[in-house]
Write a protein that binds this ligand. Structure first.
Ligand code: ADP
Length: 223
């Protein structure tokens, strides 16, 4: 059997014959290649490349000793599967964290040095205490206070009001949170102990993370 790369398979349009094969599998599956060939008045050998393409593209399921089963009817289902299988843990970036007593001035410097727009504020052992965004810092910066003496804990959004995500969560659900709550970043967290309210920061998902995954998906589908 010759294999076509998935990239090619995903973007091709189905031929009339491939559509017929799918219709037969949908109606009568599981059905063997021989039986499909008979119905179409073709030889098994003629059909082989079509069956290979449909199987690799995810339209058909080939079960050994059982036959072909219809698995999906359009590329939307493939796209849906691709989107749903992406997990936060596979895309998360390294979190940039500061302590609660860090000054607003040092937080601004950290944002520039680390090239991020959101900082996570943590207690001992990386336990999440707050989130500081660009705007939080700008707000204090336009005041008259001495930025060297104000701790970030004064301006941060604090627990329990922080929207977080779990490493096992789908990247799609994380992206939805960014949109729904109108924020730029989510800390990726895990419970320090089973059932504990203390959450350890283990990563970061931002709008950049989502954009990267989006572009990756696009190039994978050969857009
Ligand atoms: P910007 O400063 O660019 O507007 P965001 O839109 O991310 O950045 O932040 C808006 C507000 O939401 C800020 O006050 C920030 O502290 C808060 N915030 C940011 N991220 C979170 C989060 N994950 N959970 C809760 N609040 C957040």
């Amino acid at each position: 059997m010759s294999y076509l790369p998935l990239k090619v398979v995903w973007t091709i349009e189905l031929t009339k014959r491939q559509e017929k094969i799918l219709a037969i599998a949908k109606e009568e599956g599981p059905i063997t290649g021989e039986q499909i060939a008979e119905k179409l008045n073709l030889t098994r050998a003629t059909l082989r490349p079509d069956l290979a393409i449909l199987t690799m593209a995810g339209f058909l399921d080939a079960r050994p000793r059982v036959g072909y089963i219809f698995a999906g009817n359009n590329s939307n289902q493939l796209l849906e599967r691709e989107i749903k299988k992406r997990r936060v843990k596979d895309y998360k970036a390294v979190p940039v964290c500061i302590g609660e007593s860090t000054s607003v001035y040092d937080a601004v410097v950290t944002m520039f040095l680390e090239d991020v727009g959101t900082l996570f504020v943590v207690k001992e052992k990386g336990v999440l205490a707050g989130v500081v965004s660009r705007k939080d810092l700008l707000k204090v910066a336009i005041g008259k206070q001495d930025l060297q003496t104000i701790p970030v804990s004064v301006v941060m959004t604090r627990m329990p009001n922080i929207i977080t995500c779990d490493p096992e969560e789908s990247l799609y659900d994380a992206a939805k949170k960014l949109i729904d709550y109108q924020i730029d970043a989510l800390p990726v967290v895990r419970e320090t102990e089973e059932g504990s309210k203390a959450l350890e920061v283990i990563g970061r998902v931002t709008k950049t993370t989502i954009t990267k995954a989006y572009v990756e998906l696009g190039s994978m589908l050969n857009i």
